[in-house]
Design a protein around this ligand. Structure first.
Ligand code: NAP
Length: 296
């Protein structure tokens, strides 16, 4: 594939897609310097916004098209940590550039995952209509089968859609959505949560290895708690919602030394600030009972 000198964001975005979508072992498209040791090199001729976008996406592109894949999450939140109002309205927490970024993540991944709350309340399409790029398979985590079969993702035909639930609900789910659309995992008796490592294995087995967990707060938080996110993009908008739906809620730290403090980078996304956190090198720490806050 030949690509003209990429200087604009649009041109570099097409380059990103070409990198991500090349077949395993396939060559990189023209326009990307390649260093076996250091990954993709940034091109000096690119516009500053194009540089920034490529830099932000580079950790994901470096993983393409790997066997292992990756799982990236996102939450768009207010300054006070809310992803929606208390009535569930989240249109829109972030500015248009943040929405474009979310659509880019959809286009780079094989599957976009949402929780039942988002599927039920937002009735989203989960397509890439704001950017050039393919639609991903849509995956709804719905252990209690509360998302109506009339939801758009099950009807609009824009991309395949899978429903994930426990083995215990397989028969009911297959009757409602068809066997081809249902993915089940064994549930443990002592928790309401589906074991996400098993969910990821089931998706990988279907060839879905680059995964984007789009929301909402409960779902992304559970991915973090179960150690199943490689990266998290937290897009913070300069808005205060007050009383709203919580974003990231993980196990409370008793002391600052127990807090999750992953290596992070920041990017301006329109008027918002995107925090790109590397969770692979910062797994959830196990707090020791002796941990105590230290002053100062
Ligand atoms: N600002 C943003 O970036 C953003 C993104 C997406 C959505 N939203 C907003 O967020 C709100 C919905 O978010 P939410 O946090 O309330 O709900 P959610 O995360 O969309 O869905 C949570 C539900 O999904 C199911 N679920 C997810 N992971 C599971 C697991 N590992 N095991 C078992 N069940 C699992 C559970 O369903 P059951 O309760 O049935 O067990 C869980 O309660 C909406 O207002 C939406 O507009 C905002």
């Amino acid at each position: 594939m030949t690509i003209d000198a990429p200087t604009s964001v649009d041109a570099v975005w097409r380059l990103c897609l070409a990198i991500a979508r090349r077949p395993p072992g396939g060559p990189l498209p023209a326009g990307v310097g390649w260093h076996a040791a250091s990954g993709h090199a940034l091109e000096a001729a690119w516009a500053p916004e194009a540089h920034a976008m490529f830099d932000l996406l580079k950790p994901l592109l470096d993983g393409c098209p790997g066997e292992a894949g990756w799982t990236v999450g996102q939450l768009g939140q207010s300054l006070d940590g809310c992803i929606a109002t208390h009535t569930g309205d989240s249109c829109f927490v972030n500015g248009p550039e943040g929405l474009v970024h979310v659509h880019r993540l959809r286009a780079l991944c094989d599957a976009v995952i949402v929780g039942a709350g988002t599927a039920e309340f937002d009735n989203p399409q989960l397509t890439t209509r704001r950017v050039p790029g393919p639609n991903a398979t849509r995956v709804v985590l719905d252990p209690s089968l509360r998302v109506p079969a009339t939801a758009r993702v099950f009807h609009d035909g824009q991309a395949p859609t899978l429903l994930v639930c426990g083995e215990d609900r397989r028969a009911e789910a297959e009757a409602r959505f068809g066997a081809a659309r249902v993915v089940t995992v064994a549930r443990q008796a002592d928790t309401r949560w589906l074991p996400l490592p098993d969910v990821l294995r089931a998706l990988h087995a279907r060839g879905l290895r680059r995964l984007f967990v789009e929301g909402g707060g409960i779902t992304v938080s559970e991915f973090v708690r179960q150690g199943c996110l490689d990266r998290l993009h937290l897009i913070v908008a300069p808005v205060v919602i007050g009383d709203g739906q919580r974003g990231l809620t993980v196990r409370p730290a008793r002391a600052m030394g127990d807090a999750l403090r992953p290596p992070s980078r920041t990017f301006a996304v329109g008027g918002d600030v995107l925090w790109d956190m590397d969770l692979r090198t910062a797994p959830m720490p196990n707090p020791s009972p002796e941990s105590r806050s230290a002053p100062g």
